[in-house]
Every structure is written in structure tokens, then in C-alpha cells.
Write a protein that binds this ligand. Sequence first.
Ligand code: RB5
Length: 153
Amino acid sequence: MTDVKWYAGADHAGRRLKDRLVEHLRALGDQVEDLGTGGDDSVDYPDFAALVGARVAAGDGLGLLVCGTGTGMAIAANKVAGVRAAVATDAYSAALSRSHNDANVLALGERVVGIGVAESAVDAFRGTAFEGGRHARRVAKITALERRRPDDD
Ligand code: RB5
């Protein structure tokens, strides 16, 4: 995949891995907008998930979110309509999140994966396309859930 645009974000628990992965993506030639955090002060991961999620939902870029486990970032980012965030702990999961789920945000946990596994997951995510077909029908059903109201049956 060429000319990939990324939006990256992290909390204090994921900042170091996020910085390494931003460097990695830029070395591959990708354009990365780093939306923070940039320091070690304790911050709230939903704030960065919201920033990245809004940019991904508004355009055609991919998102990279890193916290301690990836879980909080994915939960928060998936509240933004149009975002399909996937937590991955390996390259296979990252690739399938693209090919089957059309994920547009990759969430990683600095306390879970090392830099090598994280880079391989990012590489798999950026290098895998959505397969469409039967998967498009299923992703459309996910999108329909965004429009459901609590009293819909
Ligand atoms: C921060 O301590 C931690 O809770 C956060 O980075 C993340 O792992 C939440 O899902």
C-alpha cells in the first residue's frame, strides 16, 4: 500500500510505542499526523481516541491508537460513527481486521506487545485491503447499528 495517511494518538501508557510506530510509518513513506500525547503526564485515553476517531471518520486515513492494552482506545474510538477500531496483538489479527472487518483504526497495547510485534501488526494492517463481497454485507450491518435507537427492536 502506498501513500497511506495516518492519524496517531496515545495516552501516557502508550506514548513511547506510538512514537516508535510513527517513526516506523514515516520511514515507510507514510504521512502521519501525530495528535499526541507528547509527554509522560497522565492523560485520559478517550480524549485521544476522540481526536483520532473524528479525523478518520471525516476522511480516508487510517488511525493508530496506543494505550496500555489497546482496549480502552478501541472502546472509545468505536463510539465515533464511521470508526471501526480493532485491537490486535499480532499481525494475523491486524490483517484480518482489514480484510474482513474493514477496520480503519488499529489499537495496540504498549503493555502487551513489544516493538517487533507491534511493527508487524502495523505492517499487516497497512498492507491489507478490505475483501468486500460477503464481508461488505456484514460491515454494512455494523454501520446500521450506528443508526439504531435504544427502542428499536
Ligand atoms: C492507563 O493506566 C490505562 O488504563 C490505559 O492506558 C489503557 O490501557 C486503557 O484501556
